[in-house]
Design a protein around this ligand. Structure first.
Ligand code: ZN
Length: 888
C-alpha cells in the first residue's frame, strides 16, 4: 500500500484546492532538534514550543503535525508522557487538542536514511547524510506543521561518529560542539531567522571544504564554504567565483545584502532536482556546482553560474519572504528565475540569454500548456505538489514577472521590489501580495494583469498592419485569443505588453507617434493590449514600414502573422532587435521546414530554395555579429518545436525534413563552414567568458554541419579535435556529432572516452546522454543494454535523466518509433522507478501525456502504456496524478 490517505469513495489520492486554504491553528515559535545519525536508524528528538495563531479562523482548532513513514517512539506534552488516547494518529498526521500557549511538545521518532531512495527527508548519498525538505520532506523526519506559513526558529544538534562523519552542518551558525567517549562528536547550530520547515537542512560526512570570503557593501565579512567529496577538491573555483558575483549583483541591482555570517554549499551526487536554497546551507546536485575545464562544458559553466545565483537569490526571494502555501510556488520560483536570468544577462550576453530562455519556453512550456497537465502559474488544485515544479511555474512565472517589469519600467520595478521586501520581510505571502506591491509602488492597476497568474494556456496574438501612403499612417490591428485548457473552457482577455518598432527599407527604426500624441517619441514602443481586438494608429510614417513585433519577446505568446519569406529574410538580416532578428530566421526556417514536411508526407522530391540558403550564408559570413548569436541563428528549430507547429505530429516526416535541411545546408555552405571552423583556431587555455564561449559554439556548430556532408575531411577534423583538445566543451561537441554517424570510429571513440573518464560520474553522465540522444536506428537497443552497464544505477537521478530521460524526452524520432518499443521501454522504467523514487518516475511518465497529438496508431500504443501503469496497485500519488490526468 502507498503511504498516503485515500478518499473513502474511490481509491484515488485526494485533491488539494487553493480555495480551501486555512491559516494554521497553532504557530511554532521555537524548535530544538537532536539527531543521532546512524544509517540504518536515526533517532530524532524534537522539542516544540507552540501557541495559538491569532490569525486562525477559529480559536479551538487542533494542532496538526504532519508525519510520513515515521516511527513514533515517544511523545510528551509539558513533560508528561501521552498515551494513545491523548492524540489522533494516522498515516499522514498527528493531531493534538487543547494546548495552552507556551505548551512544550517533545517527540521522539525513528527514521531509516539508508533505505530512503525517494531522496526526500533524510537520506544517504555516497556515505554522506543529507536532507531534502522542499516541498514536504520535513514530515519524513519528524512530526511538525510542515507548511510554509509556519515559520520557526530552529536549533539543531547533530551527533555522529567522528571518524566517519567529521563534518556536521545545519542552518545558521555553529554555537557549540563537543566529543563523546564512544567516538562520536556533536555540533549545535542555531538559525536566528524564523523559517518554514522546507528550508531546514543538515549534512554529515567526510568532506573537503574550500573557503573564501565576501565583504558586503555595509562592510560585514561573510565566510563562504563549499563542501565536496575529497576527489572533487579541484572543482570548486567556478562555483565560488559565481557565488561572489551573485552576492555583489544582488547588492548592486536590488540593494539586497546577505544576512548571516556564513554561507555554505554542499555538493551531493544523489539529488532529485538541481539545487536547494536551504537557509545558509544550500545543497546542490553535484552536476550543478562542480566544474573544471577538463570535465565541464561551457554549458555546464553557464548553468552553474546561473544556479548558484538562483539559489543565492532565494535568500531574499523565497527565504526572507516566503510562500503562504504551495499554490504560491511561483511567488518565489518565477521571481527568482527572473532574477537569475537577469544576472546571467548582465554577466554574459543579454540577447544570447534571451534567445535560449525563449527556446526553453517554446519547446517545453508551450508544450505543457497544450497538454493535459496544463496549469496556471498559480495552480488552483493539485494531488502531489512535487508534480508542480514545472516549466509553467518556473519559466512562465518568470515571464510574468518580466512583463510587470516591461509595464512599469526598470526603475518602477525596483521600487516595487523594495516595497515588496519591505512590507513582507519575515512573512509568508501570496502572488497577489507581490502584484499589490508593484501596484502601490507605481500607482497602477494590475487587476486585469492578474489573469496571467490564474489562467493557463498560451495566448495567440494576431497582427495585421495597413499602410496608407496618402495620410502617412500605419494602422496596426492586434487581436488575442487563448485556447481552452483542462478546467478552463473560456478565457478572459489578458493584459499584454507588446513591444514594437517600425523599420524603414534600410532596417532603421522610424520615429513613432501614435494618433493623439503631439510629437513623435522614441523609435520603439511598449503597447498595452487589453482587449480581444485593438487598433493602434501611427502617424507621420513616411514609407511602407516593416513591422518588428514583440521585440525581446515582451510577452509569452504565440504570434500569428502572415509574413512572406522576403520579409522574414529582411528582418533576419536587418532587425536592430537581436531577439527579433534571430526570431525572423527561426520563423523562416520553420515555414520552410513545414513545407518540406508536407513534401515528405506526399513522397515528393525534396528541395531547398536558394534564397533560404543565401540568407544562412549571409549570417554565417557576417563579420561583426557576435559568434554566439550566429550559432543560435544557424541552429534549426528543434523537432519538438516543429511538432508543436503541426496539426498532428508526424515524427518521421519532421525528422526527415529537418535532416534534409541540415544536409543541404552542409553541402551548399561547406566551404563557408570550413572557413569559419578553421578561422579562429582553438583557444587555450580554457576561459569562461561570453566571447570565448561564442567562438567555441560557432566552431562546433560548423563541425556538426561539416560532418553532415559525410566528407573524409570533416571526419578527420572531428577526430583531430577529439585528439587535441583539452577542454570538455570541444571534446564533447566532437564526440556527440560523431555519435550521430554510423562510422567505425564511433564505437572506438566512445569506448576511449569511457576509459578515460570512468572515475568521474558527471562526465560519465554525458557519455550516457550522447548515446541516448543518437539518431541511429538501434539507439533503443543501445540504451537498454546500457541499463546493465556497471556505471549505471537506477537509484541515481542523474543517471536516469542522462540515459532514460534523454532518450524519452530528447530523442523524439527514436522514442516515438512506430513499433511502440520506446513507449514500452518507458513504462517498464516508470514502474521500476515508482517504488524507488516517485518524483523521478512521475517526471519520466509525462513523456506519454501528449498522446493525443500523434497519429491514431501511436495514440493507441501510448494509451495502452498509460493504462498498463494505471492498472498497477499501490502507485505513488506522483505517478497516479500524471497518468490519470493524461488519460482524462
Ligand atoms: Zn528556485
Amino acid at each position: 500500500m502507498a503511504d498516503f490517505a485515500k478518499d473513502n469513495a474511490a481509491s484515488t489520492p485526494r485533491t488539494i484546492y487553493l480555495k480551501d486554504y486555512q491559516p494554521p491553528a497553532y504557530l511554532v515559535d521555537e524548535v530544538s532538534l537532536r539527531f543521532e545519525l546512524e544509517p540504518a536508524t536515526t533517532r530524532v528528538n524534537s522539542r516544540l514550543v507552540v501557541r495559538r495563531n491569532p490569525g486562525a479562523e477559529t480559536s479551538d482548532g487542533a494542532l496538526q503535525l504532519h508525519g510520513q513513514n515515521l516511527e513514533l517512539a515517544a511523545i510528551q506534552v509539558n513533560g508528561a508522557a501521552l498515551d494513545e488516547a491523548d492524540y489522533q494518529l494516522d498515516d499522514e498526521q498527528l493531531l493534538l487538542d487543547g494546548l495552552d500557549d507556551g505548551a512544550v511538545i517533545e517527540i521522539e521518532t525513528l527514521i531509516h536514511p539508508d533505505t530512503n531512495t525517494a531522496l526526500e527527508g533524510l537520506y544517504i548519498s555516497s556515505d554522506m547524510f543529507c536532507t531534502q525538505c522542499e516541498a514536504e520532506g520535513f514530515r519524513r523526519i519528524t512530526y511538525f506543521p510542515d507548511r510554509p506559513d509556519v515559520m520557526t526558529r530552529f536549533t539543531t544538534t547533530l551527533v555522529a561518529d567522528k571518524a566517519r562523519y567529521p563534518v556536521l552542518l545545519s542552518n545558521g551558525n555553529p554555537v557549540d560542539q563537543g566529543e563523546m567517549e564512544d567516538g562520536r562528536h556533536w555540533v549545535t547550530w542555531q538559525d536566528p531567522f524564523p523559517k518554514p520547515s522546507y528550508l531546514f537542512a543538515l549534512v554529515a560526512g567526510n568532506l573537503y571544504c574550500q573557503e573564501d570570503s565576501f565583504r558586503t557593501r555595509s562592510g560585514r565579512n561573510v565566510t563562504l564554504k563549499i563542501f565536496v567529496e575529497p576527489e572533487n577538491r579541484n572543482k570548486c573555483d567556478h562555483a565560488l567565483a559565481s557565488l561572489k558575483q551573485a552576492m555583489k549583483w544582488d547588492e548592486d541591482t536590488y540593494g539586497r545584502e546577505y544576512d548571516l555570517d556564513i554561507f555554505m554549499i554542499v555538493a551531493v551526487n544523489d539529488f532529485n532536482m538541481g539545487a536547494m536554497e536551504n537557509k545558509g546551507l544550500n545543497i546542490f546536485n553535484a552536476s550543478c556546482v562542480l566544474a573544471s575545464p577538463e570535465t565541464a562544458t561551457d554549458a555546464d559553466y553557464y548553468n552553474i553560474q546561473s544556479i548558484i545565483g538562483h539559489e543565492y537569490f532565494h535568500n531574499w526571494s523565497g527565504n526572507r519572504v516566503t510562500c503562504r502555501d504551495w499554490f504560491q510556488l511561483s511567488l518565489k520560483e518565477g521571481f527568482t528565475v527572473f532574477r537569475d536570468q537577469e544576472f546571467s544577462s548582465d554577466l554574459n550576453s543579454r540577447p544570447v540569454k534571451r534567445i535560449s530562455d525563449v527556446n526553453v519556453l517554446r519547446s517545453f512550456q508551450f508544450a505543457q500548456d497544450a497538454s493535459p497537465m496544463a496549469h496556471a502559474v498559480r495552480p488552483d488544485a493539485y494531488m502531489e505538489i512535487s508534480n508542480f515544479y514545472t516549466v509553467t511555474v518556473y519559466n512562465k512565472g518568470a515571464e510574468v514577472v518580466r512583463m510587470i517589469c516591461n509595464l512599469v519600467g526598470r526603475e518602477g520595478f525596483r521600487k516595487g521590489c523594495d516595497l515588496y521586501f519591505d512590507r513582507h520581510d519575515g512573512q509568508a505571502v501570496t502572488t497577489d501580495d507581490f502584484v499589490a506591491a508593484m501596484e502601490a509602488a507605481n500607482g497602477i492597476d494590475l487587476t486585469q494583469f492578474r489573469r496571467w497568474y490564474s489562467q493557463a494556456g498560451t495566448p495567440v496574438i494576431g497582427a495585421s498592419g495597413q499602410y496608407d501612403a496618402q495620410t502617412r499612417t500605419y494602422r496596426l490591428t492586434l487581436t488575442q485569443q487563448c485556447p481552452p485548457t483542462p478546467g478552463q473552457e473560456h478565457k478572459e482577455a489578458f493584459h499584454i505588453p507588446v513591444e514594437l518598432a517600425l523599420l524603414d527599407s534600410s532596417g532603421q527604426p522610424l520615429a513613432l507617434q501614435l494618433e493623439g500624441e503631439s510629437s513623435p517619441a522614441g523609435n520603439h514602443r511598449m503597447l498595452e493590449l487589453k482587449q480581444t481586438s485593438q487598433q493602434f494608429e501611427f502617424t507621420g510614417i513616411r514609407e511602407q514600414p516593416v513591422l518588428s513585433l514583440l521585440s525581446g519577446f515582451s510577452a509569452p505568446v504565440k504570434l500569428q502573422m502572415e509574413r512572406s519569406d522576403e520579409e522574414l529574410a529582411f528582418l533576419f538580416a536587418h532587425d536592430p532587435d537581436s531577439f527579433n532578428r534571430w526570431n525572423a530566421g527561426q520563423t523562416l526556417a520553420s515555414q520552410t521546414l513545414l513545407q518540406l514536411i508536407e513534401q515528405v508526407q506526399q513522397n515528393a522530391t525534396l528541395s531547398l530554395q536558394d534564397n533560404f540558403v543565401q540568407a544562412f550564408r549571409k549570417t554565417l559570413q557576417h563579420a561583426d555579429l557576435d559568434h554566439a548569436l550566429i550559432t543560435q541563428a544557424l541552429s534549426l528549430p528543434s523537432e519538438s518545436y516543429l511538432a508543436d507547429q503541426c496539426a498532428s505530429v508526424d515524427v518521421d516526416a519532421i525528422h526527415t525534413a529537418r535532416e534534409f535541411m541540415r544536409k543541404q545546408l552542409a553541402e551548399q555552405l561547406y566551404d563557408s563552414f570550413l572557413d569559419v571552423y578553421r578561422n579562429p583556431g582553438p583557444d587555450k587555455p580554457y576561459r569562461f567568458d561570453a566571447a570565448s564561449m561564442g567562438r567555441r559554439s560557432l566552431r562546433n556548430l560548423c563541425l556538426s554541419y561539416l560532418l553532415e556532408s559525410g566528407s573524409d575531411e570533416a571526419r578527420e577534423l572531428c577526430l583531430s579535435q577529439l585528439q587535441h583538445t583539452h577542454n570538455m566543451t570541444d571534446t564533447l561537441a566532437a564526440l556527440s556529432s560523431l555519435s550521430q554517424h554510423n562510422w567505425p570510429e564511433r564505437v572506438e571513440q566512445l569506448n576511449r572516452f569511457y576509459d578515460r573518464w570512468k572515475p568521474d560520474p558527471q562526465v560519465i553522465d554525458k557519455w550516457f546522454s550522447i548515446q541516448a540522444g543518437s539518431r541511429l536506428p538501434d539507439t533503443l537497443q543501445q540504451v537498454e543494454s546500457l541499463l546493465t552497464h556497471p556505471a549505471f544505477r537506477i537509484t541515481n537521478p542523474n543517471k536516469v535523466r542522462a540515459l532514460v530521460g534523454k532518450f524519452c524526452m530528447g530523442n523524439q524520432v527514436r522514442f516515438h518509433s512506430s513499433d511502440g518499443e520506446g513507449y514500452r521501454f518507458l513504462t517498464d522504467r516508470v514502474l521500476e522507478l515508482d517504488s524507488i523514487n516517485p518524483q523521478m518516475a512521475a517526471r519520466l511518465v509525462s513523456a506519454l501525456s501528449r498522446w493525443k497529438r500523434f497519429d491514431s496508431e501511436r495514440q493507441g500504443l501510448m494509451q495502452n502504456e498509460l493504462q498498463r501503469i494505471l492498472a498497477v496497485t499501490g502507485l505513488s500519488r506522483d505517478v497516479f496524478e500524471i497518468v490519470s490526468k493524461s488519460l482524462d
